[in-house]
Design a protein around this ligand. Structure first.
Ligand code: ACO
Length: 415
């Protein structure tokens, strides 16, 4: 069952906004309101669903023109650097920050589910033996949450949030020939992730930097993976299926798969003064510059600022400051080159560019950038799943048929 407090908050939200409040997500004018089309003639062809509002949400608002992101009422700049990840998950699920007792109880609930059951570990060992990519291993292992009796939406969501970091850390160690490190019940969610990866208790700076990252990307409107999750839940399927589908959507290089390649470019450039030539050559070959451009943001992604500031702090205390400076130069040059290459397209830095730098500064390998994104975004996916379950409306767009219409059957022997 979804806890009563979550249901009450979601129902309250729908009462306040009413079904006619189609501009609740600001920055977009809807083409069609939610609900069945009266006739096909009213349908609009938008192959990327641009300009379509598929749901009302209280979880996050993305203003692509102003470059603003609000997470459950908080500007991202206000929340990300202060909250623990547990507080952000609680906020998304309950629409309120927890008080100390609620936070302690929630941390306890998550801690109780962090350890991996044998079936999950066996699957990860099999995946490691085949050298499966980390996102594939994560997708397969997330599905094992269906084993073991977490059979209501809240219980499933809790186990998923708790277990995703354990899965990623265990898999990475197995892939590298090491045994998994069990979670430490004394440590919080972010600290545990770093601990389970390395076997060493992380410093406060590192935990803060990771927590800032997790909070910054915890939810982001109707992005592709969130939409995938909502489509699955909208069929009255379960939360585990929704999160497995969302992980599959996040894996793609146009969504959550960009930070690794973004950092590769910085390494390829390698030294000051080379950025322009390398970037122009890439664009000349028809490649896209990873970490730049966004479907919604036409100004700088506000998450890039939050993560750039966190990366600057991290690299100043504990890192390769030269790499940080080079990344700044690459970003500046990329923006200049893109402005000339695609005038009027308003291609700006997106979240992935500084994600790569920050996670690299934390010692994470590039293969774990996308899985770590999933560790964060599962907060939003599960919260959206709750919302969609309450909305209980099948998501079912149409397609415009452009194929033949009057073919006649030809028997096999005559073809
Ligand atoms: N480098 C070079 N050209 C680009 C880039 C880029 N990074 N991004 C867009 N363009 C060009 C496109 O080729 C296109 O040109 P055209 O109209 O002349 O054909 C134009 O700009 C518009 O691009 P679209 O693909 O139509 O824009 P869309 O809104 O669909 O794309 C996307 C957004 C997919 C993020 C795109 O900007 C991109 O591929 N960026 C690189 C990958 C990346 O960084 N992804 C992470 C996004 S953040 C996230 O999902 C968490």
């Amino acid at each position: 069952m979804i806890p009563k407090s979550i249901l009450i908050n979601i129902r309250k939200m729908f009462r306040i906004w009413g079904r006619s409040t189609t501009k609740a997500c600001y920055g977009l004018d809807p083409i069609e309101k939610e609900g069945p089309m009266k006739s096909d003639s009213r349908a609009v062809l938008a192959s990327g669903l641009e300009g379509v509002i598929a749901a009302e949400t209280r979880l996050s608002a993305v203003d692509g023109a102003a470059g603003e992101l609000i997470i459950a009422g908080f500007p991202v700049e206000e929340l990300a650097g202060r909250a623990t990840f547990e507080e952000v998950v609680y906020l998304l699920w309950h629409d309120a920050l927890p008080d100390p007792a609620e936070l302690a109880a929630f941390r306890g609930e998550l801690g109780a589910h962090r350890v991996l059951p044998r079936a999950t570990l066996e699957l990860l060992r099999a995946a490691a033996a085949e050298g499966a990519p980390a996102m594939d291993a994560l997708r397969m292992a997330a599905g094992t949450v269906s084993l073991g009796g977490a059979d209501d939406p809240y219980a499933e969501a809790l186990v998923l949030v708790a277990r995703l970091p354990t899965i990623v850390a265990a898999y990475w160690r197995l892939l590298n020939g090491d045994e998994p490190v069990a979670p430490d019940p004394e440590l919080g969610h972010a600290a545990n992730y770093l601990y389970m990866l390395t076997g060493e208790e992380p410093g406060a700076e590192s935990v803060r930097a990771l927590e800032t990252y997790l909070n910054t990307v915890a939810d982001h409107g109707m992005n592709a993976s969130t939409f995938a999750a909502r489509v699955i839940v909208a069929t009255r399927s379960d939360v585990v299926s929704a999160i497995v589908g969302a992980i599959g959507a996040l894996k793609g290089p146009l969504h959550g798969g960009a930070p690794g390649p973004a950092l590769d470019v910085v390494f390829e450039i390698g030294e000051s003064g080379r950025a322009e030539a390398v970037l122009r050559e890439k664009l000349g070959r028809g490649e896209r510059l990873m970490g730049f451009g966004h479907r919604i943001y036409k100004v700088r992604d506000p998450r890039a600022d939050v993560l750039a500031a966190a990366a600057e702090r991290l690299y100043a205390t504990d890192g390769d400051e030269e790499l940080y400076k080079l990344a700044l130069e690459v970003e500046k040059t990329a923006l200049e080159v893109l402005a000339g290459h695609k005038p009027g397209r308003k291609l700006q830095t997106n979240v992935e560019f500084y994600t790569a730098l920050l996670l690299h500064g934390l010692g994470l390998p590039a293969e774990l950038f996308s899985p770590t994104f999933a560790v964060a975004r599962v907060a939003g996916w599960t919260a959206h799943s709750f919302e969609q379950q309450v909305l209980d409306r099948l998501i079912r767009p149409q397609s415009a048929y452009v194929g033949e219409k009057d073919r006649r059957w030809v028997p096999l022997e005559e073809r």
